[in-house]
Structure formats: C-alpha cells, structure tokens
Design a protein around this ligand. Structure first.
Ligand code: LMR
Length: 400
C-alpha cells in the first residue's frame, strides 16, 4: 500500500550532518548544524548541567510522574523571568502565560497552532532569509506565510529600509516573526535604535510580534543584553509571543527543552489563553518530558549554579567570537579576494559567508567541508586547528 510513496529529500540543515557522517575523510569538517563544539571539535556538556543532573539523581523526591500538560511550573516561571527580566511588569501583573514545549521548534509550533485557532489575522511575516524550518512550521499550523525584506547581500548587513517598507505595507494585525537576537542564518541584527523604530511601526499598525529566541546569551555573551529587544516590546504594555530554546545556551540540544510565553493584556486573558494552549498540547504530545526542564529549573533557581552557567555560556560565546577573528585574519593574511569584514561584524553562531551554492558544493567535494547550501557556516563548529583548512577551501572556492 505504500509502494507509491516518493522519497523525500533530506532536511536542508540536519541532512548536512547525515552527509557528513557518511564521509570517511579524516579532514572532514561539519559547519552545517548550529551545535557548539569545543576546540577539539567535540560536543560539550556544560559542567553546570552535569552538576544539576547529579543533584537530580541524588534527590529522592524526584519522580517520573507525568508533568502537567503545560509542563514544570518552576521551569515555566523561571523561563519567563529569564527572557522578560526579573522585574518585568508583565510578570508581576500575572499577564504572561508560559508553557513548557519541545525546544524552539515545539514552542513555535504550539504558538502557531494557538494563533491559527484564536487570532483573527492568519498571515505571518517571516524575514528573508530565515531559519529553514520557520515557513514549514507556520504553514503546517494553517497560517499563511509571507516574507519581509531583511538581509541585503550587497552590504551583507541589514536591509532596514526594505524591512520598514514591507512591515509598513503588511495588513493591520498581521503576525511578524522576529529573531530575538543572533539572526539565523545571517548573524545580522538590528541595532537597539532600529529595534525601537520597528517596535513603533509594529505597534502603530497593530502587528503582533512573535519572537524566536534560540540564542539568548550567544550573541553578546550576556543574557540580559540579548533579551533587550524582547523586553522593549513587553515594556510598552502590548501583547507578544516568545519561543525560547535551551538547546544552544545550555547545550541541551537532545533534551528538547523550551518554552512558549504569551504576554496578554490582563491576568484573566492570560489564564484563558493558557486553558486553550492545553487543548493544543494534549492531543499533540500530551505533556512534555521532565528531565531537561528539571535540569534548567535546577540551574535557574540556584544562585551559584546560575552564575556558573553564565560563565560557561560566556566562554562559548567568546570562543565563537575568537573564531570569527581568526578566520577573518587568516583570509586577510592569505589575500583571499573580497571583503570578509562581515565575518567579524555578524554575531551569534553563524556567519553568512556570501559563498554561493556551487562554491559550497565545491568545498564539500574537494575539502570535505560541510555547510548549508546558502553559504551559512556554524562558527561554533570551527576551531583554531581547522581555520587553515577552511581558509584554504574558501580561497580555492572564490579564486577558481
Ligand atoms: C540550525 O539552524 O542549525 C539549528 O537551529 C538546528 C536546527 O534544528 O536546524
């Protein structure tokens, strides 16, 4: 009965790892998926995560019962505080509802399903380019996906004028997906002044912000600074949605731990919204897994562990920033044609190199370097040892 099923293509991002795993070259390098690696090229489990896990193992009160549909209460409260700030008036006024979801993707999907059922405007604007999963998540939830200009290939920076024009022309009430910080794939963020202009425009048109916050702490190494754009939107008293992921900033990728928050106008609305979120979640996966959320809650509620986390997070962010400098210096030293200053200007996990898909194919074939076909490289996958190999490959790709 399934004989007519057609083979689907691999995922444009996770499929890069599939191809990488099949490569037998000792020089192979995976700069595809946004996952942190050490200088030795190894995945990293944070010390503070190990410590929290130990704490959980030793705690006899830890049981494996089902969590409530909305997840672990402590985790939800602490996640809202982390993104909106401990002194957020919206939290103090109890007009935020937060539900634990399956990392960033799950949080976006639950938010999208809720909007498709309960929001009057079913169009969502996403930036071009954006994370490849965004359009699929929103389409499958029943929203109609439109785009707004974001990246300017000529400057390898923000097309701010285009962004303002496109959001200015969006129908009133439309949903707008905003990357909270460290835009994926471009590494290009608006300045705080530009965010303020975006906020004013969006509020004047009643556009609904839906933040995707997958890199809090990774852009600057500072959790509060990276949440600033979200906080300015909450400070004005208006509504917004925020999807949080702990995949990158706590290195909890496979634990699938994240949160969706919806900031409402009143406490009563927030509690009704939460009741409807439960109806979205229950038939999808019933209730979320307990382990990852318990790790996060353990770390966030303990002052010492929280501080340890911020130190480890900053070390990851700093290593990425140093990789940017090293790659830029190596290309400059080699005299590779072109202006590569965007490598040090862009922020977060990725550099949007400007290499085209043929150059990417060439680098994979000849140098066993794996990256997404749009020319995005994960700086977190690079190390001092592999910078020369990548430099040779980029040089060969642009001079052939
Ligand atoms: C990425 O963009 O590489 C990450 O967000 C991982 C993913 O799920 O695509």
């Amino acid at each position: 009965v399934f004989a007519s099923v057609v083979r689907a293509p691999e995922d444009p991002i996770l499929g890069v790892t599939v191809a990488y795993n099949k490569d037998t070259s000792p020089n192979k390098l995976n700069l595809g998926v946004g996952a942190y690696r050490t200088e030795e090229g190894k995945p990293l489990v944070l010390n503070v995560v190990r410590k929290a896990e130990q704490h959980l193992v030793n705690d006899q009160s830890q049981i494996k019962e089902y969590l409530p549909i909305v997840g672990l209460a402590d985790f939800n409260k602490l996640s809202a505080k982390l993104i909106f700030g401990a002194d957020s008036p919206a939290i103090q006024q109890n007009r935020v509802t937060t539900v634990q979801c399956l990392s960033g993707t799950g949080s976006l999907r639950v938010g999208a399903e809720f909007l498709a059922r309960h929001y009057h405007q079913l169009t969502i604007y996403i930036p071009t380019p954006t994370w490849g999963n965004h359009p699929k998540i929103f389409n499958l939830a029943g929203l109609s996906v439109k785009t707004y200009r974001y990246y300017d290939p000529a400057t390898r920076g923000l097309n701010f004028q285009g962004l303002l024009e496109d959001l200015g022309a969006a129908p009133s009430g439309a949903i707008v997906l905003l990357h909270a910080c460290a835009h994926n794939p471009t590494g290009v963020d608006p300045t705080l002044e530009q965010w303020e202009q975006i906020r004013q425009l969006m509020r004047s048109k009643g556009l609904l912000p839906f933040f995707d916050s997958a890199y809090q702490g990774f852009a600057s190494g500072n959790l509060d600074a990276d949440a600033q754009p979200v906080r300015t939107f909450v400070a004005d008293g208006g509504e917004c949605l925020a999807a949080q992921s702990y995949a990158k900033n706590m290195g909890l990728y496979g634990e699938r731990v994240g949160a969706l928050s919806i900031v409402c106008k009143t406490q009563d609305v927030a509690s009704r919204v939460e009741s409807q979120l439960k109806l979205v979640i229950r038939p999808m996966y019933s209730n979320p897994p307990i382990h990852g959320a318990s790790i996060v809650a353990t770390i966030l509620k303990d002052g010492n562990m929280y501080n340890e986390w911020t130190v480890e997070l900053k070390a990851m962010a700093d290593r990425i920033i140093s990789m940017r400098q090293q790659l830029y210096d190596a290309l400059s030293a080699k005299g590779t044609p072109g202006d590569w200053s965007h490598i040090i200007k862009q922020i977060g996990m990725f550099t949007f190199t400007g290499l085209n898909s043929e150059q990417v194919v060439f680098m994979t074939k000849e140098y066993h370097i794996y990256m997404t076909s749009d020319g995005r490289i994960s700086m977190a996958g690079l190390s001092s040892k592999t910078v020369p190999h990548l430099t040779d490959a980029i040089h060969a790709a642009v001079t052939r």
